[in-house]
Design a protein around this ligand. Structure first.
Ligand code: ATP
Length: 256
């Protein structure tokens, strides 16, 4: 069997007396769309924050693509190939769509943000390449026509797409999406589903938090279910939706 792209074991995260993640382990294979579901407060975003270096876990093991990422800083995690979006959109509201994506690429440039500001010749050449790539990414996520618009003027669905473009700009192997369909109408959600499938088909593994159970069941290869900080089930969608612990904790009734 091939080595998983991401493997965590025995992850614990406590906030004072609250045990937000309690012995959580999972492994994600390259090329999967892996879903994370669970009731509000189950620990899903906390797990994302641990996986992206925003929170330091108290215990556990965390390996990604040959790197030991346990308690590593966010920039180390990004450079190792994990990018994410946030539950509450975090764009640079007063920058254009194009500029938002260009910022995402600076983690991979040789001259970095400072070099770009002082406009060294090498930085200028890099900047042109970055701009070109940013245009391609906007095209890829389907919002090329909005490249000169300020991020705050984009529709909600387009802002979500822009966040994905910015995350892809870091050239991730794993893209972690925190509730990307929240607030979307059914046709926007359908479009987003197609975009996620395209991203996966182009070689990027996806870890996804979503409350839209229908979307998750139709999209994910495997799903893990968290409840009160513990993983209570994991498997293919059709297995998970019939699991009595999942029905009791989360689904209430079995979905059709
Ligand atoms: N920085 C923090 N300080 C204290 N408690 C926190 C912190 N972050 C999360 N928690 C708590 O940890 C628990 C898990 O929260 P988390 O946001 O991970 O849940 P979630 O499954 O993502 O929920 P939702 O579906 O509502 O987004 C909650 O009880 C939350 O209040």
């Amino acid at each position: 069997m091939s080595t998983p792209l991401l493997e965590i074991q025995g992850i614990h995260k406590r906030f004072g007396g609250l045990h937000a993640l309690n012995d959580v382990g999972l492994s994600i294979n390259a090329g999967e769309i892996y879903g994370l579901i669970g009731p509000n407060g189950a620990g899903k975003t906390t797990l994302f924050n641990v996986l992206t270096g925003l929170y330091q876990p108290d215990e556990g093991r965390f390996h990604f693509d040959g790197h030991d990422l346990f308690r590593k800083k966010p920039f180390v995690v990004v450079r190792s190939g994990i990018a994410r979006t946030f539950q509450n959109i975090r764009l640079f509201a007063n920058m254009t769509a194009l500029e938002n994506v260009m910022v995402g690429q600076h983690v991979r440039t040789r001259s970095g943000v400072i070099g770009a500001i002082f406009r060294h010749p090498r930085a200028r050449a890099e900047e042109a390449a970055i701009k070109q790539r940013a245009r391609e990414l906007l095209e890829y996520v389907g919002i090329a026509r909005r490249h000169d618009d300020l991020a705050r003027n984009l529709s909600y669905g387009d802002q979500r797409r822009l966040e994905i473009a910015r995350a892809l700009a870091t050239r991730p192997k794993l893209l972690a999406l925190d509730e990307p369909a929240a607030g979307m109408n059914p046709s926007e959600t359908e479009g987003l589903k197609k975009l996620m499938q395209k991203i996966r088909d182009d070689g990027v593994t996806i870890l996804l938090i979503e409350h839209d159970v229908k979307l998750m069941m139709g999209l994910c290869d495997r799903i893990a279910v968290l409840d009160y900080g513990k993983k209570i089930a994991e498997g293919r969608p059709e297995q998970v939706k019939c699991d009595p612990r999942v029905i009791e904790a989360y689904l209430g009734v079995a979905p059709e």
